[in-house]
Design a protein around this ligand. Structure first.
Ligand code: O2Y
Ligand code: MN
Length: 592
């Protein structure tokens, strides 16, 4: 077996592990990646030759390439994702569990000889800013150039990561192989006790870019629990006021709630003119740790966006559109005749024809969509017009507020502030969203997704809630915790709140509350803005509409609280006592 070193491998633990995995997978050669521009060009050229990627129009989209994945491999596969802890109970009731010995054996059978005739790429990568005490190093082995090119955008990869690792053996061992892309032989297994991830049979997204959901959330949440920090499914934004002061918010939303759009929010004209600005630190994941100043500090472990393309337009997210004009990998979108790209929900008329995500000729009359609903762009965060100057700061940014959100037609007001940290944890633990047709085909079914972490927890959900409570006691000045709902509707089903850039008005109230300035009315679920507390300058909302947006309906909340109990039953005995106490107290508030 040939080994090509584009970097010098002095770390014995890395070299030994790579050798062992190569022995198992039997690639023709092992190539250690250095993360350089030259390497990117060489790999892109190779992938163009095999058809793994296609070149897009280099005049209109310089540095951009296109990838079509296997039609059976277009999204994360939660039912094939496992937490493999020695004790089943440690994975908890919300995860699929497999015994580690069984999992290693099962996957080794699939990995065995699976890279014959292929190259195994060894990618050293950092999740988090280089040199940050919060960052973690991983080594991913993969037989997919597409994965290498994505990891190059999504992480700090190559020489920089090996330098950070030095001679340490503290790295996450990430083995990835496409094998035969057979869904019956597809497994994404996490071994938190071994700091190891094995993923086989998929070449797509969250299943294959192992730094993202697998390391930064599942393994990360486990490490955070044992080491006293938090790995959360949260965007991070900085809000600058006209005085030039910037305050940071971390926010968790289930899918279909406009999380990426909020991370790159463009202020409405009236607020822009006053001098408000929004800065993007991260769009998906936050690692949070108590700082020496008694505040909670956050870094974005990622270096790029792996965003959903359909629905991205100059109305929903102009900053994302600007970000993806160069050096971007487009996956499963529609390729136009002129070598540019299109997806449903983009501005303007659909193209007259193109090649759809399955590689078939497409016209607007086609039954199939042009782009897969989960089609993606992978782009460097550094290209985002709203990128924060702090995104690469090893210290991270101090968090003033944590925001949980969901899509609810009724029940949840536009915004409310929890009564204290512990109540905020309860709000996050019970957050929920109503399904949309795009996500499930069923509309309006309420799904609980605690802290938007349900598919990403590396350990027991009950222990995770307790960890949140414990972190509150460890941080002297913890962020205030809020809940938002952009999706409340009137009797005719029309959205009451205009959303998009206007959401900044809600974030401003949140930050005012953090500075003990914003006006709030106490309700049984926490504080909602007084009728006149939100800055509504330049939008036409009647007093009655504002009242509806902020209303806390007793009967709806009694039902809501009763349904929390159903969810608690699923968590079982490990549910912290504090959750039950807060539930009892809230229920009590609604007795009268
Ligand atoms: O479908 C996938 O493989 C990717 S899922 C994803 C990608 C980027 C950000 N968030 C998510 C998610 O599912 O939360
Ligand atoms: Mn996500």
């Amino acid at each position: 077996m040939k080994v090509e070193n584009h970097v010098s491998i002095e770390n014995k633990a890395v070299a030994k592990w790579v050798e062992e995995m190569a022995e198992l997978c039997q690639p023709d050669q092992v190539v250690y990646c250095d993360g350089s521009e030259k390497e990117k060009e060489r790999l892109t050229h190779q992938a163009l030759t095999t058809g793994e990627v296609e070149l897009l129009n280099q005049e209109k989209l310089p540095g951009c390439i296109y990838h079509r994945s296997n039609p059976n491999d277009v999204a994360r596969t939660e039912h094939l994702t496992f937490i493999c802890t020695r004790k089943k109970d440690d994975a908890g009731p919300t995860n699929n569990w497999m015994d580690p010995k069984e999992a290693y054996e099962k996957l080794a059978d699939i990995f065995k000889d699976s890279m014959k005739g292929r190259t195994m790429y060894a990618i050293a990568f950092i999740m988090g800013p280089a040199g940050s005490p919060l960052s973690k190093v991983g080594i991913q082995l993969t037989d997919s150039i597409y994965v290498v090119l994505n990891m190059r955008i999504m992480t700090r990869m190559g020489q920089v990561a090996l330098k950070q690792l030095g001679s340490s053996d503290h790295f996450t061992k990430c083995l990835h192989g496409k094998a035969d892309l057979n869904i019956d032989r597809r497994f994404i297994c996490h071994f938190p006790e071994d700091n190891t991830i094995w993923s086989v049979g998929s070449g797509y997204g969250g299943n294959a870019l192992l730094g993202k959901k697998c390391l930064a959330l599942r393994i990360g949440s486990y490490l955070g629990h044992t080491q006293g920090w938090m790995a959360e499914h949260m965007l991070i934004v900085g809000i600058e006021n006209p005085q030039g002061e910037i305050r940071y918010i971390a926010a968790a939303f289930p899918s279909q709630c406009g999380k990426t759009n909020l991370a790159m929010l463009v202020p409405p004209d009236v607020l822009k003119k006053k001098g408000y600005k929004v800065w993007t630190v991260g769009d998906d994941i936050a690692w949070l740790q108590p700082g020496p100043d008694g505040r909670l500090w956050a870094v974005n472990p990622e270096a790029g966006f792996f965003g959903v393309a359909p629905g991205t337009s100059s109305k929903s997210n102009p900053n994302a559109l600007a970000t993806i004009q160069r050096n971007t990998i487009f996956t499963n979108v529609l390729k136009k005749q002129d070598g540019t790209v299109w997806w449903e929900g983009m501005d303007g008329e659909p193209p007259a024809e193109g090649i759809n995500w399955k590689g078939e000729h497409w016209t607007p009359a086609s039954k199939e969509k042009g782009a897969h609903p989960n089609a993606r762009f992978t782009a460097p965060i550094s290209q985002c017009p709203s990128v924060s100057s702090e995104y690469d700061n090893p210290k991270g940014v101090p968090i003033s507020a944590i925001v949980f959100g969901g899509r609810r037609a009724r029940v949840a007001p536009l915004v409310y502030e929890s009564m204290n940290w512990d109540h905020g944890v309860y709000v996050g633990a019970t957050m929920a969203s109503e399904t949309t047709a795009a996500a499930t085909g069923q509309v309006g079914v309420v799904r609980r997704d605690p802290m938007a972490m349900l598919p990403f927890l590396g350990y027991h959900a009950g222990d995770y809630f307790q960890h949140w409570f414990n972190m509150g006691s460890k941080v002297k000045n913890p962020p205030k915790i809020f809940h938002v709902n952009w999706f409340r509707t009137d009797e005719s089903g029309k959205y009451l709140w205009p959303g998009f850039g206007e959401n900044l008005r809600v974030l401003l109230w949140i930050l005012e509350r953090c500075e003990k300035k914003g006006k709030g009315t106490q309700t049984p679920i926490g504080f909602v803005p007084t009728q006149d507390a939100l800055n509504l300058e330049g939008i036409s909302l009647t007093g009655a509409q504002v009242e509806k947006l902020l209303h806390v309906d007793k009967n709806e909340w009694r039902e809501e609280l009763a349904s929390h109990v159903e969810f608690f039953k699923k968590i079982g005995e490990c549910l912290p006592k504090k959750i039950r106490e807060i539930h009892a107290s809230l229920t009590n508030h609604f007795q009268s």
